[in-house]
Design a binder for this molecule. Structure first.
Ligand SMILES: [Zn+2]
Ligand SMILES: [Zn+2]
Length: 446
């Protein structure tokens, strides 16, 4: 299963930290750290819904002004999260400007700033353009589990690390995907239907196995109802696919407590972005600056058993010597496991996700051009059935098709419900029932 989002460093390894996390199935993005964001097009900045700031050193927060300027009068709501003192820092940034006309702008652009207190209380304050960005305190909540954002498909978790000041580290955690095997469901005497949405939620919420689920479906003979235990469904008809976990750790001093904490927080991360600021030969300087050397970062990544590691936040003093930093980190880490394809490393994916503005596609490009081109179905590979729109009926799944619900395959690649792809000039959309539905040859321009 491919991850739901693609991450990329906005400014490469030497520039200000900013990791852009772009969702593959919706017009939405998250940002970890708000350094210089001049490399992101307005269109990319407007996709941001949530921005997480590790700490307010300039290289991590100086992009605030550009983001604000682009969103003003356009974006509806932007949530910001940061360490202790963050709400006041946002307020001070805003109060550095004169806002006598902003209340007449059409949209009421709103910033919702959150700050994580050391006791894990999440304080919040609202700043609305129509209220001239005056601070409006909001009710706080506890986030003892470190979860700052909890949504249907993912959550963002934070932890505190020491950088001379409290500094946050973040994890983007995809939740488990639930696939339903329709043929196995049939063996249990059950049929697909909207009731499976409740089953998926129950699995996500980790309800106990003896939780009764009401299976309800319609066919030619009318409506059927049956109770079945969640555990039985899980054992016989569901496939749980573990989501991926991306961790982002930067600006930390090297000491035992931090090292142990990173090992726990980033344990078994699929992807670990970790600061790699200095070479070990400049270790004393690194200690004075409360940063890590490549060797220290490598040892932390090794202790965490992170599968893929992306070093970043290189000191500009090593310009042209970045291979030395990477090599030192890899040595300390014990090398790249052989099963990882180097071409698929996130640095490459990131380059695609965060092209410089000049290389971006124009915003008004036809939608069809941005849809993935999957080519022709290869009979040797896994493909979900392709049917005409007229054949598709939500309530009458053809019993002879052995398909998974909730996902469509095209040449072994899984796609989520609602995703449209181009197969040649034909448009195919993944339906609820796990079949591709033909949507014609062309789609009108937007
Ligand atoms: Zn920094
Ligand atoms: Zn810093």
């Amino acid at each position: 299963m491919r991850p739901i989002a693609i991450a990329g460093l906005v400014n490469g390894v030497f520039g200000d930290p900013a990791l852009y996390i772009d969702f593959r199935f919706e017009k939405r993005a998250l940002l970890f750290d708000l350094g210089d964001v001049g490399g992101l097009a307005p269109r990319q900045l407007l996709r941001l819904t949530d921005v997480f700031v590790t700490h307010a050193h300039m290289d991590h927060f100086a992009g605030f002004d550009r983001l604000l300027r682009v969103c003003l009068g356009r974006g509806p709501l932007l949530r910001l999260y940061g360490p202790p003192g963050f709400i006041a820092q946002v307020e001070h940034k805003l109060s550095a400007y004169t806002w006598n006309k902003v209340d007449r702008y059409p949209g009421d652009f709103t910033l919702l700033a959150h700050e994580v207190a050391p006791d894990w209380r999440l304080q919040a304050a609202r700043f609305r353009s129509h209220a001239r960005f005056q601070r409006e305190p909001q009710e706080g909540r506890s986030c003892a589990d470190g979860v700052l954002l909890d949504e249907r498909a993912f959550r963002v978790r934070a932890t505190f690390l020491d950088h001379g000041i409290p500094c946050l580290a973040f994890a983007f955690e995809e939740k488990t995907h639930v696939n339903v095997w329709k043929n196995r469901l049939a063996e249990m005497g059950l049929r697909v239907g909207p009731w499976l949405a409740g089953v998926r939620s129950a699995v996500m919420e980790e309800l106990p196995d003896d939780t009764p689920m009401l299976a309800r479906w319609r066919d030619g003979e009318g409506t059927h109802e049956r109770r079945v235990a969640l555990g039985e469904l899980k054992a016989r008809a569901l496939e749980l696919v573990k989501g991926e976990r991306l961790c982002y750790v930067t600006d930390i001093a090297h000491h035992e407590e931090n090292a142990a904490h990173v090992a726990r927080f980033a344990a078994d991360a699929d992807l670990l972005y970790i600061e790699t600021v200095f070479l070990a030969q400049d270790g004393e300087h690194a200690a004075r600056k409360l940063h890590l050397t490549a060797e220290q970062a490598g040892r932390m990544a090794r202790a965490a058993r992170a599968k893929t590691v992306v070093p970043f936040h290189f000191s500009p003093r090593y310009m042209g010597r970045e291979d030395e930093l990477r090599a030192e980190l890899e040595r300390a880490r014990g090398g790249i496991p052989a099963d990882i394809d180097r071409d698929q490393l996130p640095a490459a994916a990131g380059a695609r996700a965060c092209l410089p503005r000049t290389q971006e596609k124009p915003v008004n490009k036809p939608v069809t051009d941005t849809l993935p081109q999957v080519g022709a179905p290869d009979p040797e590979r896994k493909n979900s059935p392709i049917i005409d729109e007229s054949e598709y009926d939500e309530h009458e799944a053809s019993p002879d098709l052995e398909i998974e619900e909730g996902v469509c395959y095209f040449n072994d690649e899984a796609f989520e419900i609602g995703q449209t792809v181009r197969s040649g000039s034909e448009l195919l959309q993944c339906s609820e029932r796990g079949v591709w539905v033909r949507k014609g040859e062309k789609r009108p321009l937007e």
